[in-house]
Write a protein that binds this ligand. Structure first.
Ligand SMILES: Nc1ncnc2c1ncn2[C@@H]1O[C@H](COP(=O)(O)OP(=O)(O)OP(=O)(O)O)[C@@H](O)[C@H]1O
Length: 658
C-alpha cells in the first residue's frame, strides 16, 4: 500500500474514533480522487485539518501556526498530534516549506493565478476551501471600497444638526455617539460597536434623522433595517421607533421626523432581506439583482458569518450605505468567520488619521484623543466604538467589564453578591439549583413564575381574536423574564438534560402537564429554517391553544408588534427552550439570566461565551457552576479563529492571545 493510501486509512481511523471530523477524512479522499498518482501526504493532512478547523469556525488553515505550534492551533494534547504526524511521515518543517509542498499540487490554486476551479486556494501562508477564500476576498474588497467611497456631505450642516440632536456631555467628552453619526454619514460603510446599553440604537436613530435632514428628498430615502434573527430584528425596530419618537419631540418643527420615521418598514431577518432560498446558498438578491435600498442598518452584526456577510455586501447596490451595529466582544457566529471581531480588531485603539480628526472637529465639534491618532486603514476611519454603558452601570456592568478584560479576580469579586443582589454566584452548585431558580426565582414570582401564572389565565375558546392575541403576547413577554443559559448541549449541565429535568419537575408539581411531545405552554426553539411555515432557526415560540378550537395547539411567535402562529404538528424541527445555549440567545435579553457552566473543562467554554451570557441579563444574573475553577479558566480562554480579513484590510495589528 502506498504511503498516501496508508495515511488516508489513518485519517479514517481518526474519524472513526472521533478525534477528527469525518468530513475531513472524506474531503481528503475526494482530493485524492482528483490527483493523478499518489496524493502528497501533506496535502491530505492539510485537507483533513482544514475541515476540522472549519467545523470550529476558522475560515482557513494558518500554515505558519501549523508549522510552529500545531497543538495550540488544534487545541490537542501533544500525543494526539504526534500520533498523526508519525502516521504522516516527514512533514514540512516551516510555513514556507508547507507553502512549497502545497503550491505544486494541481488541486490548489495560488491566489494570484488564474482560476481553474480548484477546490483549494493558497494565499500566502493561508490555505482556504475555495468558497471561504471567495467570500473573504469579496468581503475585504467590498468593505475597503465602500469605506473609502465618500458621500457628499457638508460638515457644517452635519454639525448644526448634531448639535440639535445631542446634549453636551456633562462628564466630558469625547461624545463617541456624536462622532459615530458624523463619521457614518460621510461614507458608504461604517461600524458602530459597543457593549450592551452603550447606545448603539440610540445613535443610529440619530444617524437616520441626520440622513433625513441632509437628504435632498427625504421622502424618497429608502431605509432598510435587518438583523440575523427574528427576535433581534423585532428589538431593533422597536428600539429605533422609540428613539425616533423621542427625537421627533426634541426636534419639533425643524424636521418632520415622525412622518419620515413612519415610512421605515419592519426590520427583517437577513435571510428574508436577501431572499434566501431553501437548501442552497443562493439568494434572490445579489450583485445582478441588488437590494432596493439607499441605507441599510444591520444590528447584532457579531452573529453574521462570513458567507452571509459576503452575500449581504454582494447584494448592496453601489450607491447604498451600510451601517453595522454590534458588540465586537460577543461570541462569533456558529458558522465560519468572526467577521465583526476582525473588522473591529483595532476599534479600541481608534487608529484615526489627522484627516479624520479634522473632519470630526468640524462636523461633530469633538476632538479625538491624541493617543487614538495612530493612523489606520480606511475601515478604521469608519469604525467608532461606544464606550459608556447607560444600562449596565451596576454590578452586571462591572462583571461584564472584568470578564471582557480577562480580570479573573475582578470578575470573582463582582460575582460574590448576596442572593438578593443584581449578580450572584452559586459556587459548587448542582442542576437542582437551576430547578429552584426556575421554579422559585431569587425572589417572589421570579424564575418562570410570571410565565406560569399568565398561562393559567388563558381566555376561554371562542373569545375574540384580539383578546386571545393580547394574552399570547402577554405570555410570550412573561416567558422572556427568565432563561437558563447553557454552555453545552449534552449532559446534566447541557440544554437537553436541563430541559428534561425541568419538564419532569413542572409536571410533578402540577404546574404544567408535560406529557407527550406537545403540551400547552411548551416553549420551543426552531432548529431549522422552514420556508413553508415561515419560521427560522433560532425563533422561539410557545405552544398555546387555537383561539377557536381550544383543543388544538399552535405555536405562537412574536411578529413585530403582533403575533403569528403555526400548527404545532407542522413544526418537526424544534426543541424545548426553558434552557437554551448561549449561542442561541444572542440578540435576546432577559430580566434574569441564569448561566450554567459544566463541571468539566470543555472546548466550548471561552471568554466570549461567558461575556455573551452575562450581557443577556437586564436586571439579574446568576452563575451556577459545580466547580469554581471552571469560571476563571473560561474567561482566560479567548476564541481564536483564523482568517485573512485583518491582513487584507491592512489592520493586522497584534496577534491574538490564547
Ligand atoms: N446619549 C444618551 N442620552 C440619554 N440616554 C441614552 C443615551 N444613549 C443611550 N441612552 C439610553 O440608554 C439605553 C440603552 O441604549 P441603546 O438601547 O441604544 O443601547 P444599545 O447599545 O443598542 O443596547 P443593546 O446592545 O442592548 O441593544 C436606552 O434607554 C437609551 O435611550
Amino acid at each position: 500500500m502506498s504511503t498516501a493510501a496508508a495515511f488516508r486509512q489513518h485519517l479514517d481511523a481518526c474519524a472513526e474514533e472521533g478525534s477528527l471530523r469525518r468530513l475531513g477524512s472524506s474531503f481528503a479522499h475526494f482530493i485524492a480522487t482528483l490527483h493523478d498518482g499518489p496524493t502528497p501526504v501533506p496535502l491530505l493532512l492539510a485537507c483533513a485539518l482544514l475541515c476540522e478547523l472549519e467545523g470550529r469556525g476558522h475560515s482557513c488553515l494558518d500554515l505558519r501556526e501549523l508549522a510552529d505550534d500545531p497543538c495550540r492551533l488544534l487545541t490537542w494534547p501533544i500525543e494526539q498530534w504526534e500520533r498523526l504526524a508519525l502516521a504522516a511521515g516527514t512533514l514540512p518543517d516551516c510555513a514556507a516549506a508547507w507553502q512549497h509542498a502545497l503550491a505544486s499540487c494541481s488541486q490548489v490554486r495560488l491566489a494570484h493565478e488564474d482560476d481553474r476551479h480548484q477546490p483549494l486556494v493558497l494565499d500566502g501562508d493561508r490555505l482556504y476551501l475555495r468558497r471561504y477564500w471567495t467570500d473573504e476576498t469579496l468581503v475585504a474588497g467590498a468593505v475597503a471600497a465602500r469605506a473609502a467611497k465618500p458621500r457628499d456631505v457638508d460638515p457644517d450642516a452635519v454639525r448644526r444638526w448634531l448639535d440639535q440632536m445631542f446634549d453636551p456631555l456633562v462628564d466630558g467628552g469625547p461624545d463617541w455617539q456624536k462622532i459615530a453619526c458624523g463619521v457614518a454619514v460621510r461614507s458608504h460603510f461604517s461600524i458602530v460597536t459597543g457593549g450592551p446599553g452603550t447606545g448603539k440604537t440610540y445613535t443610529v436613530a440619530r444617524l437616520l434623522a441626520l440622513l433625513f435632514a441632509l437628504a435632498e428628498d427625504p421622502e424618497r430615502l429608502r431605509i432598510a433595517l435587518a438583523a440575523p434573527t427574528g427576535k433581534a430584528a423585532t428589538r431593533l425596530k422597536q428600539s429605533i421607533d422609540d428613539a425616533l419618537a423621542g427625537l421627533a419631540a426634541r426636534l419639533g418643527d425643524s424636521l418632520p421626523l415622525a412622518h419620515l420615521a413612519g415610512r421605515i418598514g419592519a426590520a427583517l431577518t437577513l435571510h428574508s432581506l436577501l431572499g434566501a432560498r431553501p437548501d442552497t446558498r443562493a439568494t434572490r438578491h445579489h450583485a445582478g439583482n441588488p437590494l432596493d435600498v439607499d441605507v441599510l442598518i444591520v444590528d447584532e452584526a457579531s452573529m453574521i458569518h462570513l458567507g452571509m456577510m459576503a452575500s449581504l455586501l454582494d447584494a448592496l447596490p453601489p450607491q447604498a450605505m451600510v451601517i453595522l451595529l454590534g458588540d465586537k466582544d460577543q461570541l462569533a457566529s456558529v458558522e465560519a468567520g468572526a467577521v465583526l471581531g476582525d473588522l473591529c480588531h483595532r476599534a479600541q485603539e481608534g487608529c484615526y488619521t489627522a484627516a479624520t480628526a479634522a473632519y470630526v472637529a468640524r462636523a461633530c465639534g469633538e476632538s479625538i484623543p491624541a493617543d487614538m491618532l495612530c493612523g489606520g486603514s480606511e475601515l478604521a476611519q469608519q469604525t467608532v466604538m461606544l464606550r459608556k454603558s447607560r444600562r449596565f452601570d451596576g454590578s452586571i456592568g462591572v462583571l461584564a467589564g472584568a470578564v471582557n478584560s480577562g480580570d479573573v479576580e475582578g470578575a470573582r469579586r463582582a460575582l460574590k453578591g448576596a442572593p438578593s443582589a443584581e449578580v450572584h454566584w452559586l459556587e459548587r452548585g448542582r442542576p437542582d439549583d437551576l430547578l429552584r431558580l426556575a421554579l422559585e426565582g431569587r425572589e417572589a414570582a421570579g424564575g418562570f413564575g410570571a410565565y406560569l401564572s399568565r398561562l393559567k389565565s388563558h381566555p376561554v375558546p371562542g373569545t375574540d381574536f384580539a383578546a386571545h392575541a393580547a394574552w399570547v403576547r402577554d405570555v410570550l413577554h412573561a416567558f422572556d423574564q427568565f432563561r437558563i443559559l447553557c454552555a453545552v448541549r449534552e449532559g446534566d449541565w447541557g440544554v437537553a438534560g436541563i430541559n428534561r429535568m425541568l419538564e419532569r419537575a413542572l409536571d410533578d408539581e402540577g404546574l404544567l402537564r408535560c406529557r407527550g411531545e406537545w403540551y400547552l405552554g411548551r416553549p420551543v426553539m426552531v432548529t431549522r429554517n422552514d420556508h413553508a411555515t415561515g419560521v427560522f432557526n433560532g425563533d422561539v415560540g410557545i405552544a398555546l391553544p387555537d383561539p377557536v378550537r381550544g383543543d388544538s395547539l399552535r405555536v405562537w411567535f412574536p411578529h413585530g408588534a403582533t403575533v403569528r402562529s403555526v400548527l404545532a404538528s407542522r413544526l418537526p424541527h424544534v426543541e424545548t427552550a426553558f434552557a437554551m445555549t448561549v449561542h442561541k440567545v444572542q440578540g435576546s435579553e432577559f430580566q434574569h439570566a441564569a448561566m450554567a457552566l459544566p463541571p468539566l473543562r470543555n472546548g466550548m467554554l471561552s471568554r466570549e461565551l461567558v461575556y455573551t451570557g452575562i450581557t443577556r441579563a437586564r436586571e439579574r444574573f446568576t452563575l451556577v457552576s459545580p466547580e469554581p475553577g471552571i469560571f476563571g479558566d473560561a474567561i482566560l480562554k479567548r476564541t481564536r479563529r483564523a482568517s485573512g480579513l485583518r491582513a487584507r484590510l491592512g489592520d493586522e495589528g497584534v496577534a491574538l492571545e490564547n
